[in-house]
Every structure is written in C-alpha cells, then in structure tokens.
Design a protein around this ligand. Structure first.
Ligand SMILES: [Zn+2]
Length: 82
C-alpha cells in the first residue's frame, strides 16, 4: 500500500502528519484561501489544507498504515507520541 495521502494535489507521506483537524477551518478573513477546508498539520510547522473527502481519505490511510491500532473513529486522536 501507499504511504502517501493526497491533500491539495500534494502527495503527503503519512509519517509526516502530526494531526488532522476534525472541524473545517474558519477565521473570518475575507481573503482566506482555506475557509471550509480541513487542516492537516505536518512536521516543522507546515500545514496543508484538504477538502472533507481528502481529510477522510487521509484518516483512513493513517488507520491502515498504523495497522488499525488504536483507531478512534470519531475524533481520531493522532497526537504525536514521542
Ligand atoms: Zn483562514
């Protein structure tokens, strides 16, 4: 299987994902490019912004990649365990 998920037309290695937002982004700024998108936080303070479908696909890919261990369907607690 692939260890990549596709977010915003970028192939993101799953091991770089720190966390995934459960709610769509809203900040109220008029020129915001991310409104209604889901933040996928990467290492080193980077973020990519996916659609709901991309977010779901990324979560599913992470669960498969982790072998289904500790999957938490609703909230998906993907805190970095150091
Ligand atoms: Zn914003």
């Amino acid at each position: 299987m692939s260890i990549f998920c596709v977010i915003d037309e970028k192939h993101i290695p799953l091991y770089r994902v720190m966390w995934i937002a459960s709610l769509p982004h809203f900040c109220g700024e008029e020129d915001c490019q991310c409104e209604g998108r889901y933040e996928i936080r990467l290492e080193q303070g980077e973020s990519v912004w996916g659609t709901g479908d991309e977010r779901d696909a990324a979560l599913a890919a992470l669960e498969r990649w982790q072998g289904g261990l500790g999957s938490n369907e609703e909230d998906g607690e993907w805190e970095a365990d150091t």
